[in-house]
Design a protein. Structure first.
Length: 101
């Protein structure tokens, strides 16, 4: 069975957090972007994702995010060629949150 690839919105992600859903949150932006603003995800920059395939958790959803949702989608597509996991792309990325600051 191939990896699932779905979209999740920031409000839905907040609902998961509020409900205590067990998931992995991964930020695929660069370290400087992560340091400037992040939503708590584990940093795995897009250029290094394939080196971290073995560290992806099995048995729980994996939410991948970036600034606008493009790099995270690329990361999911690359990982999905190697592993069968339950991936979610943070739709639109965290750009809307960055603009509020």
């Amino acid at each position: 069975m191939p990896s699932k690839f779905q979209q999740i919105t920031l409000p839905s992600l907040q609902e998961w957090i509020d409900q205590g859903v067990d998931f992995e949150l991964i930020d695929v932006r660069e370290a400087s972007e992560h340091q400037a603003f992040n939503i708590g995800g584990r940093l795995i920059p897009l250029g290094t994702i394939m080196q971290h395939t073995d560290t992806l958790p099995e048995g729980k959803p994996i939410v991948v995010y970036c600034k606008r949702g493009i790099r995270s989608q690329i990361a999911i597509q690359r990982w999905a060629q190697r592993v069968e996991l339950d991936f979610y792309n943070l739709q639109g990325g965290i750009y809307s949150e960055l603009r509020k600051q």
